[in-house]
Design a protein around this ligand. Structure first.
Ligand code: ZN
Length: 280
């Protein structure tokens, strides 16, 4: 009998060895899985905990830099014919190239509310602005901005909306419904330092009212016509509920900027956007 068992074991020894190794391997594997569970705490999947975790990640910044780009026309024009217009124009191809550069270099657009609560972002914040509400803002700039999923703020001179070369209210409304932002650029673009008190009030009050009524949104951002303003202009803006304003002064806005005197970077057709923004 004993002999038969020995013979059986001998005959199937290879099988026994294989079973032994499989069993050992299985046990060792399980041991390491259990060990890792203790060392690496499992991720909490409770949605409430996750939201809490994200809230804690919001870091308010003491120091920040937000370039505000200033554009006027997005069109092709010849320098000899119209030298002022040429300086204010960026061709659609160039504008496309500039927006591509921003996207490729980690920039994403924010709006002016960023100045009230500057927080750490996982991208570089930038603001794009267009003065005067020319029609090519709708036909060209808007098209290219959407291509790169960017937004911009357009400053409207409300008395000339619908005039030749200027956008219509329908165009402005369509853009407003597609995440584009709007600000007042006064009723008729005067030098605000040289108007009467009553006119100053009208220029700032009724342009805001008109935009708010047409677009059904709050307007609290202003752009000084031709960059001209004084202390009285700033006081009136505050009185009427404007929260910030942009100038034509050159610079990159930061924590030291006066929120009613935000500097901008004038972008022209030959501006090398990479060189002026490379330090950010
Ligand atoms: Zn203007």
């Amino acid at each position: 009998m004993k002999n038969r068992i020995s013979k059986f074991i001998f005959k199937y020894r290879v099988l026994f060895i294989i079973i032994f190794f499989l069993l050992t391997g299985f046990l060792v594997r399980n041991y390491y899985i259990e060990k890792n569970k203790v060392n690496n705490q499992p991720v909490i999947v409770n949605p409430e905990e996750q939201v809490k975790g994200r809230k804690e990640e919001i870091v308010k910044l003491e120091k920040y830099q937000v370039p505000v780009l200033m554009y006027h026309y997005v069109r092709t024009t010849d320098e000899p014919e119209d030298s002022v217009g040429y300086k204010l124009s960026v061709s659609p191809d160039k504008f496309d190239e500039q927006m591509k550069w921003l996207t490729d270099n980690g920039f994403k657009t924010v709006d002016f509310s960023y100045f009230e609560e500057p927080v750490k972002l996982d991208y570089k914040p930038i603001i794009i602005t267009f003065d005067d509400g020319y029609r090519d803002a709708y036909t060209d700039a808007y098209r290219i901005l959407r291509k790169y999923n960017l937004t911009a703020t357009f400053y409207i001179i409300t008395d000339v909306v619908g005039y030749p070369y200027y956008m219509t209210w329908d165009m402005i409304k369509e853009m407003s419904n597609s995440k584009m932002k709007f600000g007042s650029h006064s009723l008729s673009h005067p030098d605000l330092r040289n108007v009467s008190d009553a006119d100053l009030d009208s220029q700032l009050r009724y342009s805001k009212d008109k935009l708010e009524k047409e677009l059904n949104i709050k307007i609290d951002n202003f752009c000084y016509p031709s960059g001209k303003y004084d202390e009285k202009t700033i006081s009136k803006l505050k009185e009427l509920g404007y929260r910030n304003a942009v100038t034509t002064k050159t610079g990159i806005a930061n924590e030291t900027s006066n929120i009613y005197e935000i500097p901008r970077l004038r972008i022209q057709n030959n501006t090398n956007i990479g060189s002026i923004l490379s330090g950010l």
